[in-house]
Design a protein around this ligand. Structure first.
Ligand code: NAD
Length: 262
């Protein structure tokens, strides 16, 4: 088998659409077996079926709410049963939303931290044992890629909970990196920080202004003058998932059109 992640087994959460779908397709194209998980089980099945059209047997779909520890355990067990192990974990599932600190209810604060941060903790905790044994058995490196956001590095006045949760993902990724290094697991952990990317997460804005105007409005905030495409992030994920990045751990990869350079 050829490809940049040939012979590896990956789990992409939130894989039914957007950045997760793009990452799942990219990893399969580059030789990995991919479990596509999502709380939207039908969407995950559609993506897995369409990957299997081009790469027969490469993908499975799993119903998975990333906020639930019991579902994490079931998903990891199912991947072991179906594919025999796990090398790559892409913690991608997430939600946007929220507002400024005064207007954010405790309920919304907790929900955003649950889906965007606590899920990443659960994912790392649940997947690392199988990843460590798979890496040992196969001799292929392991990699955890956590999809944070540029909002985890640059704050905004109207996204208190999202800023906090995504900043937490950035630092948790480093703690996981150091833990895995100390244990000698040959599993790396890094975070990716996208700026605005054209996915359904921007639907609210698209509904308000229309697609063209919404994307142009956001693009004006980015030095490169436009918002990104899902594959801009999928290429970053592929690099971090593959052994090309075998000396990169605890790093934060900004894919942000230059916004954090300002
Ligand atoms: N698109 C952007 O502009 C952008 C920018 C920075 C960071 N991000 C981050 O990238 C990740 C993917 O975002 P996207 O743009 O593809 O969003 P999206 O809304 O298009 O897709 C998110 C996916 O996650 C799934 N999901 C939501 N809650 C879940 C849960 N509890 N369990 C399992 N699956 C769940 C959804 O069903 C959906 O398929 C998110 O973590 C998001 O915060 C996106």
């Amino acid at each position: 088998m050829t490809g940049r992640v040939a012979g590896k087994i990956a789990l992409v959460t939130g894989g039914a659409q957007g950045l997760g779908e793009a990452a799942a397709r990219m990893l399969a194209r580059e030789g990995a077996k991919v479990a596509v998980s999502d709380v939207n089980a039908k969407g995950a099945e559609k993506v897995a079926a369409s990957i299997n059209q081009f790469h027969p047997g490469a993908a499975i779909a799993l119903a998975h709410d990333v906020t639930r520890e019991d579902e994490w355990q079931a998903v990891i067990a199912e991947i072991e049963r179906a594919f025999g192990g796990l090398h790559i974990l892409i913690n991608n599932a997430g939600i946007g939303g929220g507002s400024d600190v005064e207007s954010t209810s405790l309920e919304v604060w907790r929900r955003i931290h649950l889906v965007d941060l606590e899920s990443v903790f659960l994912g790392c905790k649940s997947a690392i044992p199988l990843m460590a044994s798979t890496v040992k058995k196969t001799g292929l490196g392991g990699s955890i890629v956590n999809i944070s956001s540029i909002a985890g590095i640059i704050a905004g006045h109207n996204m208190a909970a999202y800023n906090s949760a995504k900043a937490g993902v950035r630092h948790l990724s480093k703690s996981v990196a150091l833990h895995c290094a100390k244990r000698g697991y040959n599993i790396r952990s890094n975070s990716v920080h996208p700026v605005f990317i054209a996915t359904p997460i921007l639907d609210n804005l698209v509904e308000r202004f229309g697609k063209e105007e919404a994307y142009a409005k956001l693009g004006r905030q980015v030095p490169l003058g436009k918002i990104g495409e899902p594959d801009d992030i999928a290429y970053a994920v592929l690099y971090l998932a593959s052994d090309e990045s075998k000396f990169v751990t605890g790093a934060e990869l900004k894919v942000d059109g230059g916004i954090s350079a300002m």
